[in-house]
Design a protein around this ligand. Structure first.
Ligand SMILES: *Cc1c(COP(=O)(O)O)cnc(C)c1O
Length: 219
């Protein structure tokens, strides 16, 4: 448990599977964690953080950013279209581009402001009805649409079904990325980040294993 332990495990797994550890970035998922815990991890030198709600991130990160230089913020939760502008201002990377309307809204704001976060497309690899993301069958067409909108798509993201072996889903995501020429793979959480690294993850998103259990449920 804790940041340095997770950093060590990330490095060790990367080396074990013959990858350069520098190619795996650790996102510390700070959603709903008390500010004191987040600050502790900032003081240990971590600068890459993930949040799953625009509103929560807007309330907590501007103040931290004034004190700690070089913070990079990642949006890893679903985005409503009326929050896109705010999300694009606040986040360096958005992992949850998941439908045409969101892609079109991002493209419009990008054209208007001349700037855009790096983007990941979320794929619903388990085709779970309650989960966000494009279906695996629709991924190629959606990636093509985003490319035609000139969006800076860096890779794909998934959250495997909690009751299944994550490896199959990581392999599927890696496959879709590869055939579409995308290099970024945002996959792996506290319970399965090592498996994700073995399947090529370039970003792992780890929350509770760094910060401790979240003290209240995320809705
Ligand atoms: C909360 C969350 C994580 C981190 O989950 P842990 O199990 O606490 O590591 C990773 N990815 C997404 C999309 C999340 O919402």
């Amino acid at each position: 448990m804790g940041l340095s332990d997770i950093q060590n495990r990330v490095e060790k797994e990367a080396l074990r599977v013959g990858r350069d550890p520098e190619t795996v970035q650790l996102i510390a998922v700070s959603k709903v964690q008390p500010n004191a815990r987040v600050e502790m991890v900032l003081q240990q030198g971590q600068r890459v953080f993930g949040e799953n709600r625009v509103q929560e991130a807007a309330g907590k990160w501007p103040a931290f950013k004034e004190v700690y230089a070089g913070v990079e913020l990642h949006l890893i939760g679903p985005m409503q279209s009326n929050k896109v502008r705010q999300a694009m201002e606040l986040f360096d990377v958005i992992h949850t581009v998941d439908r045409p309307k969101i892609a079109q809204t991002i493209a419009r704001i990008k054209d208007e402001t001349g700037s855009c976060p790096r983007l990941y497309i979320q794929v619903n690899t388990g085709a779970e009805p309650q989960k966000a993301g494009v279906l695996p069958d629709e991924a190629d067409a959606f990636i093509k649409m985003c490319t035609e909108l000139s969006l800076p798509i860096e890779g794909l993201m998934c959250i495997p079904p909690s009751d299944q072996d994550a490896s199959t889903h990581f392999a599927l995501l890696a496959d879709i990325a590869k055939r579409n020429g995308l290099e970024g793979l945002s996959m792996g959480m506290s319970g399965d980040f090592e498996q994700a690294i073995a399947h090529g993850a370039t970003y792992v998103r780890v929350g509770s294993a760094i910060f401790g259990e979240r003290t209240y449920e995320v809705t």
